[in-house]
Design a protein around this ligand. Sequence first.
Ligand code: NOJ
Length: 715
Amino acid sequence: MEQSKIEALIQEMTLEEKLGQMTQLGAYYWGVDPSVDLTGPLNEMKVTAEDVKNVGSTLNYLGAKEVKALQDRAMAEHRLHIPMLFMADIIHGYKTSFPIPLALSCSFEPQNYENATSVAAAESAASGVQLTFAPMSDLVRDPRWGRVMESPGEDPYLNCVMTAAAVRGFSGDDIKKKGKVASCVKHFAGYGASQGGRDYNWVDISTNSFRQYYLASYKAALDAGARMVMTSFNVIDGIPSSANKMLFRKILREEWGFDGATISDYAAVEETITNGLAENGEDAARRCIEAGVDIEMMSTNYINYGKKLVEEGRLSMELIDQAVRNILNLKNDLGLFENPYKDASEEDEKTLHLCSEHRRLALEAAQQSIVLLKNENQTLPLKKGVKIGVAGPFASSDNTSGGWALINGKDESSLAAGFRKAGVEFVSAMDQSVVSMSEGSFDVEDEAESAMEAMQDCDVLIAAVGESPSDTGEAASRAYLRLSPNQEKLVMAMKATGKPVIMVVFSGRPLEIKPVLPYCDAVIQAWFLGTESGNALTSVLFGGYNPSGRLAMSFPQTVGQIPVHYNCYRTGRPYYGQEDHYVSKYLDCPNEPLFPFGFGLSYSKAVYSDLQAEARDGVIRARVTVTNESRIPMKETVQLYIHDLFASVVRPVKELKGFLQIALAAGESRTVEFEVTKEMLKFYNDQMEYVFEPGEFEVMVGPNSRDVEIRKVTL
Ligand code: NOJ
């Protein structure tokens, strides 16, 4: 439909109809599915049947048949027959579940994230989804925050690369195309810096850090084609994000020129009252609309008070019209005026959901997301025919998809299932599922003794341990990050048998695994890998896939170290292991994390040599030769970091500026080249200008953020 028709439609709409477009409600308001749960302070929604007819979008309503029926009903009841927009949280898969985003990021291969979101788009679009509330690109440095599982991790550069890949997969080059969905990046802004890692908590962040590190990935999403931006639950600079003009009017619209639509997070408009900013619903509606939030999700202040505010001259009709224009443009770009069901098709649901091609891509992504953290005495890969004992809550659990997954528990995705499929014989013991903390005790029964008896004839023992998937994601913050006591006890009991112990950790965040590390000969970080979890882990354990994943988030030694991330600043009293008392260190813990950002082992040996770096024609160029000194083909992720030695504001000791994953045959050498431009070296100076400053730089190249070789250049 041409723009002039959108304008004509806006002219024709009543104020109530406009405010309806600016409101999103759960589908149960139409009386279709009364089982949808409400969360948040939603007791007094005061929605009338007339309001519901005007509502412009709904969330998490799924299924081709159901969506078509609801769309038919909504359009028939709307005076101008404007189609509804169906939005949903499709994060890392729909029926075919891919690894959680943090794990996908650990693959250091953006194509995996793009495949995941492209499959998620195709499968969910067939079930009626037109827009996804993803990707979540919040930069995260605190593993206590349950939502780190949804983020690409602690590094701004990796975040941007992964976020852009995710948007490309969801939306392609045209959201109207079959199998594509519009993407809503979230949570704008800085939600990952929630104080103390507690969800929904406030954020206190310096302007410099906010601009330099936290904003970049949202911008990357928009540049890649994200069409919507969601607010965050946090307060920033004293203003809740949903009422924050600096964020939505100044940065998003004015500075970045974003002309798409914006939406509040769930009930976040209402929560500006609880925050202590808005005095009542009327005030909340005015503040959030003025801040530039087009759609109010799951609270009803816009429809309840918008009319009064406009009629009394306290809210401009122009602002309302602009919000409605943004929303209708999005519907138009999705082609909903011509095809209100978009791709909803029961036929396609049958052919696409969990089809073999989607599962193949999910398997590849899962294999590449696994991170090998320890492998003493070549415990791994396992030899064929070895007698395996596997115990722990994730030995037989099909609950391998983590948060925001629809397939949970409905598929054969456990480690045991992977073994069975590969024809691996094993003994399993003590494999009761882990209970989630919100359900009460989070520990498992202590059956270590009987488990050791059951596995006494085994040659090697696997501890499949971790946290419940329900203890990750939204509202799942943790103050303690250790494995539950009986899981730690299981690992220790295994070690006491004298047999090699392999610990496989299922978690949505870096856990504090230091206490059990000495009891493990090998450690695999499995995250939550989705539908192909069992198959992927089996292939890694037996060497069918040579592990290549690298940590996208540092693993702390202990909770007291958090936040611990590689891209920190040098203090005036740095600690280099010297005796001096008055230096920046802990008395009881190293400064370094247990495992650093970018770290991950393989079954091969990559040797780095001939690192050269030079600065010429305004560009830093580095080259290094990497040799696979083993008999096993491998994938190596070569990483380049920069340190701007002296600048008008202090710069981090290391910043990732490039990485490249290369395949190396046994014995093969390859030379890898990187280019770092002045643009990539820009930062916000003390005047908050985004500038490049000439000077000396350290160029660091290596297999992770810790083990690098350094060259100095002047640019
Ligand atoms: C709240 C979450 O913070 C957000 O990420 C999600 O998209 C909405 N709920 C809708 O489910």
